[in-house]
Design a protein around this ligand. Structure first.
Ligand code: MCN
Ligand code: CUN
Length: 796
């Protein structure tokens, strides 16, 4: 008898396998975009606008052209001759590639210089003379809709004001009726500030157009190479087989590398014009002031309550500031993304959400920074409103949540805003968290400390996130449905190559996809190579964002492995000289049901596929599977934070943080924990220190790492992670749900709620993030809410 394979030992499902990609990263052998050198390559730099809103009177490039080593100076005027001064956005708006008429935000791309090296190109930018006529500036929605506000998008026909859309969902009348019957109405107004993904590697591209073959190859920092290829094909009217997008190693994406940026487009046109490779590498300030930001959204929310703690209805109005162009890279038909996933974990009979999007003189963006398209805002609003409601009712915040959660036997559950959540054990997660943090004890300590003038606080946040966009009935990008595919080739030696259309940016796909193959076929994970990111070799896929890789591409990997197993079974029957019905499968091996010791391994089937196949069978052992997810996956988490606030300085310290994440079956528990740690770190940073805002002239405050801080291990508190709650996803082939963003989505409210709890006796209802010491101090000292909405004073 052969020993059954130990799945953990071969690196299958549940193995905390070390990340194979780290082997090259920690040796400095990664292949990032700036590592790539092509023969004859030129370098591009971008001239950006110093002003937030101004008419361009004249651009004089003559001095730049004269600099030795300058090959090309691109302006909007030249782009316009190719119909490329403007480009369409994924949200059906238009965005300037290089400004022609006006600049509409500080940092907007005005011209590009292509030269022998980046320094000459930079000198070239400085030699361009632009004459601006300043215009009044808008930095928030209130200013955008004010009487007499300057019209930002005067380039658009039929755009008479600065409003992009009005949107609503839910039942307005039913909500009204429920509010009329409420014992109490709890109201909260706040601003979720602009935040920035800020990956360590900035954006960049190398365009390489070959006149002889007419083929355009672009190396690009993109999370979604196939979508970029489709967009280039549509915009440049080039056939797809003449375009190759390669996304090399990516130094962090976090949503920043989903949108299409002017730099990409300009490097492509420059390469076509010059017939040489053109490299563009963005600098850190360029990244912070001009690329896709996140959030910047205002909430006016109300909860209708019964005295016994039951939530009767919720009502929310949200004002979203999108910046100068509506360029949200999100695939839903909903203008405000998945904001209406709010309250999905709570059993709420009725609700109504209205939203308004407006333009402002700020860089475009809004949806992306570790979020499933505004889920971060949705969960933040939800958990801040829940805490305020519990406080207003005088109820314990944990008990209030438990009383309103969707119960385990209520799934699939239809939310008042139309989502269908799939599964979960919400109360159990909460209980695990409360026990871990020592809830009852902490409440006692808090009361004792308060009596001695010390301010302790405890904050709870929960989140459920719709991950895995999305089923083809409801999601598309430019009409392209959101399925993904995986291709699996088993070599004759039994080693394998798997490719998907996702693109890892640090999440570890090279490690985890191999584990799925290992789980399905019993091939050791170390025998499976994973490739992603090259549209010439990878099968079609919609890319990596919204933690959709495991839900969609990962599912496709499982499905293609099953196709391979089905063929291998036929080979096994042939080798064992029995009929297929008599063949049984155990991990890595087929055997004869009546004689279990007679069997063949998957590796023996692989060689047979090339050397000894039954009559009539096509040789080879490879296949492709497309996966159209039936629903989104809905992970759940509870985050609990305890803090101490120093009333003298407003400084707050985290005493303890507990995280209970249920993302279904964990493929690689260590990688999942890494994702949660990273997300909590970012959540802490958003709540505590990341400050990027604007003064009344539209100057970006926070355009560098002195102001916009990245937390290091020094600032970051420790986190205690819990993995004991596992609710397998009912519709995913291996029961996995996404995890990549959960902690960043649910984390911020836990920190803010903790600080608010510590000062709950002051009557202060809200301090906007980041909870900088001066804001907390102001709230404590003057007993008033502190808004973080721009404009800020720029004189310090
Ligand atoms: N995983 C697992 N078991 C599960 C779920 C996931 O082992 N039940 C593993 C996956 O196999 C994968 C990783 O965890 O290796 C993340 O998987 P998933 O939740 O599917 O998320 P994606 O791979 O689609 O990653 C996207 C997500 C997003 S949208 C942002 S933003 C973000 C995030 O990932 N950006 C990141 N985490 C990041 N981590 C790093 N290091 N860098 C980024 O840019
Ligand atoms: Cu919203 S950031 Mo991730 O989806 O790439």
């Amino acid at each position: 008898m052969t020993q059954p394979l130990d799945e953990i030992k071969i690196g299958g499902l549940g193995a905390s396998r070390k990340r194979v990609e780290d082997n090259r990263f920690i040796r400095g052998k990664g292949n990032y975009i700036d590592d790539i050198l092509l023969p004859g390559m030129l370098h591009m730099e971008i001239l950006r606008s110093p002003l937030a809103h101004a008419r361009i009177k004249a651009i004089d490039t003559s001095r730049a052209w004269k600099i030795p080593g300058v090959h090309l100076v691109l302006t909007g005027e030249i782009m316009a001759t190719r119909n490329l001064a403007w480009m369409p956005t994924l949200s059906y708006d238009t965005q300037a590639v290089l400004a022609t008429d006006k600049v509409r935000f500080q940092g907007q791309e005005v011209a590009c210089v292509i030269a022998d090296d980046p320094y000459i190109a930079k000198d070239g930018c400085e030699a361009i003379d632009v004459e601006y006529e300043p215009l009044p500036v808008i930095v928030n929605p209130e200013q955008a809709v004010a009487e007499g506000a300057p019209l930002i998008r005067d380039d658009k026909e039929n755009q008479a004001d600065n409003v992009i859309y009005h949107w609503e969902v839910g039942d307005a009348e039913g909500t009204e009726r429920a509010f009329a019957q409420a014992d109490k109405i709890s109201r909260l107004k706040l601003h979720y500030p602009r935040s920035h993904p800020s990956p360590i590697e900035c954006c960049g591209s190398i365009a390489d157009f070959n006149r002889a073959t007419s083929k355009l190859t672009v190396y690009m920092t993109t999370q979604a190479p196939h979508i970029i290829r489709a967009a280039v094909a549509l915009v440049a009217e080039l056939p797809e087989h003449m375009i190759r997008i390669i996304s090399p190693d990516i130094g962090g994406g976090f949503g920043n590398k989903v949108p299409v940026y002017p730099g990409y487009v300009c490097s492509i046109l420059a390469s076509i014009l010059l017939e040489r490779p053109v490299k563009w590498i963005e600098d850190k300030t360029g990244n912070l002031i001009s690329t896709g930001f996140a959030r910047d959204i205002y909430l006016d929310g109300e909860v209708a309550l019964r005295n016994d703690g039951k939530i009767l209805a919720v009502r929310m109005h949200c004002d979203a500031d999108h910046g100068a162009f509506f360029s949200d890279a999100q695939p839903s038909k909903f203008k405000i993304g998945l904001l209406h996933s709010a309250f999905a974990a709570y059993d709420i009979p009725v609700g109504h959400i209205t939203a308004r999007g407006t333009y402002s003189n700020k860089a475009p963006g809004g949806v992306a920074y570790r979020c499933s398209f505004r889920v971060t805002e949705a969960m933040f609003f939800q958990e801040r409103m829940i805490q305020a409601a519990a406080h207003d009712l005088g109820m314990d915040q944990a008990a209030f949540r438990r009383a309103n959660f969707v119960a385990d036997d209520q799934f699939p559950h239809r939310t008042p805003f139309g989502f269908l959540t799939d599964s979960g054990q919400y109360a159990k997660c909460l209980d695990v968290g409360l026990r871990a943090v020592g809830y009852e004890d902490f409440l006692k300590q808090q009361a004792e400390a308060r009596a001695r003038g010390r301010r302790l606080g405890i904050g709870i946040s929960t989140m459920t996130e719709p991950l895995g966009a999305g089923n083809s009935r409801e999601y598309d990008i430019l009409g392209i449905k959101m399925f993904d595919s995986a291709e699996l080739k088993i070599h004759m030696t039994g080693k394998a190559l798997v490719r998907t259309g996702a693109r890892t940016q640090g999440q570890g796909h090279e490690t985890t996809w191999a584990q799925i193959v290992s789980h399905e076929l019993g091939i050791p994970a170390e025998d499976v190579t994973v490739e992603e990111g090259d549209t010439d070799t990878a099968p079609f896929g919609m890319g990596t964002y919204a933690s959709r890789s495991t839900p969609v591409a990962g599912a496709a990997v499982a499905m293609v492995a099953r196709k391979i197993r089905a063929k291998a079974r036929k080979l096994a029957a042939h080798l064992l000289e029995v009929s297929e019905e008599d063949v049984e499968w155990e991990l890595g091996r087929f055997y004869v049901r009546s004689a279990p010791s007679r069997g063949v391994t998957i590796q023996e089937c692989a060689i047979a596929a090339y050397s000894n196949m039954p009559d009539g069978m096509e040789p080879g052992l490879e296949n492709t599977a497309y996966y159209d997810p039936p629903n989104l996956t809905w992970p759940f988490a509870v985050y609990i934070v305890t803090v101490e606030v120093d009333p003298e300085s407003g400084v707050w310290d985290v005493l303890n943080m507990v995280a209970v994440d249920d993302c279904g079956v964990r493929i690689n528990p260590m990688i999942v924990e890494g994702q949660i740690m990273g997300g909590l770190t970012e959540a802490y940073a958003m709540a505590n220190m990341q400050f990027i805002t604007f003064d009344s002239d539209g100057n970006c405050v926070g355009s560098n790492y002195m102001d916009y801080m990245l937390p290091t291990a020094w600032e970051t508190p420790g986190f205690e992670l819990h993995s004991e709650v596992v609710t397998p996803c009912p519709h995913h082939p291996i029961g996995a749900k996404g995890i990549g963003e959960c902690a960043a989505v649910g984390g911020p409210a836990a920190f803010v709620n903790a600080v608010m709890d510590a000062i709950s006796d002051t009557g202060v209802r809200n301090i906007d993030m980041p909870l900088l010491p001066d804001r907390v101090w102001e709230a404590l000292t003057y007993r008033r809410d502190v808004s973080g909405a721009p404009p800020v004073r720029s004189d310090g």
